[in-house]
Design a protein around this ligand. Structure first.
Ligand SMILES: [Zn+2]
Ligand SMILES: [Zn+2]
Length: 157
């Protein structure tokens, strides 16, 4: 793989992947590009559909996602027994809470600066109180998104 072909924004990922002893294959590049370019949370099957014409098998996608997750490049969020992925490293927003709508399955990033600060404080508190070290967390609130709330309101009338 040569740098002329690759977009500059992927170079830090390539460096990290190679540093950890993995090959930065064209498949990994395409999969990473797909996660970067699409909605914040995407699952393996959605990636598969989007890059169908590139002839990358679903097993390759699962394998690459596993490596990305291991290296902290992506964050894995399990919602209704499906793993969704979003960029984690270099994302500027590695730590945030999720909201999942049980009606539309909409996944929302809760990422206000204030809340993130509270969230960090909560992590610190848990660490101190329990003598733990927290590296990551998966918090998903479940309920009805604003769109569904509106739709249900309309149905009621
Ligand atoms: Zn909804
Ligand atoms: Zn998110």
């Amino acid at each position: 793989m040569n740098n002329d072909f690759m977009n500059n924004d992927l170079i830090p990922f390539r460096k990290l992947i190679e540093k950890k002893g993995y090959k930065f294959t064209i498949q990994k590049e395409i999969i990473l590009r797909t996660i970067l370019d699409n909605k914040p949370h995407i699952n393996a099957k959605e990636i598969f559909k989007k890059i169908k014409r590139k002839h990358i098998g679903i097993a390759t996608i699962y394998r690459s996602l596993k490596v990305f997750n291991e290296l902290g490049i992506v964050k894995e969020i399990n919602i209704s027994r499906i793993n969704y992925y979003e960029m984690k490293i270099f994302s500027g927003n590695p730590l945030h809470i999720h909201f999942n709508c049980y009606r539309s399955n909409n996944i929302v990033d809760i990422d206000s600066q204030n809340l993130n600060f509270d969230y960090l404080k909560l992590n610190k508190k848990i660490e101190t109180k329990n003598n733990l070290k927290i590296y990551d967390s998966n918090i998903t609130f479940i309920g009805l998104c604003s769109k569904c709330r509106e739709e249900l309101k309309c149905q009621d009338q």
